[in-house]
Design a protein around this ligand. Sequence first.
Ligand code: UDP
Length: 326
Amino acid sequence: MRILVTGGAGFIGSNLVDVLMAGGHEITVIDNLSVGKASNVEHHLESECFHFVNDSILNVGTLERLIRQADVIYHLAAVVGPKYVVEDPLGTIITNVRGTENVLELAFKYWVRTVIASSSEIYGKSTAVPLSEDDDRVLGSTTVGRWSYSDAKAIDEYFALAYAKKGLPVSIVRYFNAYGPRLDPRGYGSVIAKFVTQALRGDPLTVYDDGQQTRCFTYVGDTIRGTMLAVTVKEAAGQVFNIGSNRETTILELARLILQLTDSASEIVHMPYETAYGPSFEETRRRVPDVVRSRRVLGFEAETSLEEGLKKTLEWFRGREGLDWS
Ligand code: UDP
């Protein structure tokens, strides 16, 4: 099959590309390398089945040429990570809303099976446990930058569901804290990348607040399997799926586990949120996916334990040179 992966040089995208390439498909990646990195896909550049287009999904001309030739689209291109979102709200909103609108409009024009990557940020600061796909979203004021990402993804989902209503076979996957090899070592989108880097350097691990906030960390191999099932399972069209592990881990537990696995002498320091994100940041205390629908419709279950996944992630981090934050 001819498969287009938007954002295919990013963390999740490039791991997806590896699996799709191994499946013998013809892959085209469009990525403007703003968050993604050429080094994530350069090992495929020699292959005749791999094509890389260094451009933005905001460039409709390029996008149309690529979508016209595709049988399937995995749309993962987005500005992600709370820190980018807070630092560049305008860029985030434009890329995440207009970019997805472009992809879906063209997918509809050429009738291409599509999966849209969304996020557990959709649920905002909802206190529901677990979070099921049809649960209410609970967001703060528009003056709190963080929520613009959640709303941008929600608009993407509305677009996708609206096109689905017109018959387009499109599914939505909401990712829960994916981690694994190729995480951005600057830690912008991931506490795991940040803690691993800190531990390997012997720097203190910066746990915000009391560290009792929780996440369900999901190994990228599982994230990708769920994403591919959302394309291959026919009944998935027109539906939204949580893609995540349902093992809940506190940030303090995570910090201790990373110290243990890295054999690091780093200490753990607690910091107020404001130090990292500024005065008007709001936090999500617990975030656990309800996995009933993804299990029933997709037959999906996250299989990699946190310990196992962290070991694989560490292996990758250790193999990198310099551990540069810049
Ligand atoms: N976090 C932390 N220290 C850090 C970075 C993050 O304690 O240096 C916490 C953060 O407050 C949140 C959790 O780790 O509760 C996950 O943060 P991340 O940025 O990975 O993703 P989020 O799930 O918040 O989008």
